[in-house]
Design a protein around this ligand. Sequence first.
Ligand SMILES: Nc1ncnc2c1ncn2[C@@H]1O[C@H](COP(=O)(O)OP(=O)(O)OP(=O)(O)O)[C@@H](O)[C@H]1O
Ligand SMILES: [Mg+2]
Length: 261
Amino acid sequence: MGRIYTLVNQKGGVGKTTTAINLGAYLGYYGQRVLLIDLDPQANATSCLGIDKLGVKNGTYEVLSGSAPIAAHILHNPRLKISLLPSSPALSGAEVELIEQANREYRLREAIQSISDRYDYILIDCPPSLNLLTVNGLVAARDGVMIPVQCEYLALEGLGQLIKTLNKVRNKLYPELKVRGVVMTMFDGRTKLANDVVNEVKKHFPVEVFKAVIPRSIRIAEAPSYGVPITMYAPASSGAKAYNDLACEVLASDGIIITTN
Ligand SMILES: Nc1ncnc2c1ncn2[C@@H]1O[C@H](COP(=O)(O)OP(=O)(O)OP(=O)(O)O)[C@@H](O)[C@H]1O
Ligand SMILES: [Mg+2]
């Protein structure tokens, strides 16, 4: 059975989408069948993979609202080695529409069930909020959540709130919800802040922190404008190396032995 991880942090711009795409791309590079689910009405993951979000007629919104089966709407691009359930701004309506519905927190989990054995990894990219969409992402996170944290002053602001939300979801909806690990992002070597932030995370929260630290890299920021992950845009860059390391770390701790071709 494949793994399902959800990338979550209600703080905006910390690297959730970038990590979902580039970790996903490296897992694909190592032969894993990867599905990325864009659970954000901003649809950044969709745009970053070169798809026009305004042209998406069948995506996460339609799947959550029950008007479309998930399997039919997954886009597969063999060149990118990653499949995508795209999003569109319509998804912002789901929050209001779902509120009336039974099982509203379990819609994504239920939708994924029918296809989860077709993939080795499903990565779910959440919006920067702790709303019903994110709760759907948390409840679907069968193997845990990954929390990108930006290496910066006040990085931990909001993490306490996130941990509280995870506990609420555990108490009310999904007792087995795990934290898979914190991913430190946008590390700037000149400031030496990363170690301080990692130590602070470890001091305050009983969570794993991945050893791979993602540097701030212009190449990482540029890749989306070409509609490709860093694996294709600049595989020799420091950012690519870091996401490669992260993928290897995830694979190793999931007990998956990789082969390259
Ligand atoms: N390691 C990095 N180096 C340089 N720029 C980065 C890096 N990681 C992310 N960025 C840039 O920072 C911005 C925010 O990243 P991203 O969209 O991944 O964050 P997010 O947490 O998904 O944001 P949101 O909360 O809005 O969904 C983007 O412009 C992205 O290209
Ligand atoms: Mg995002």
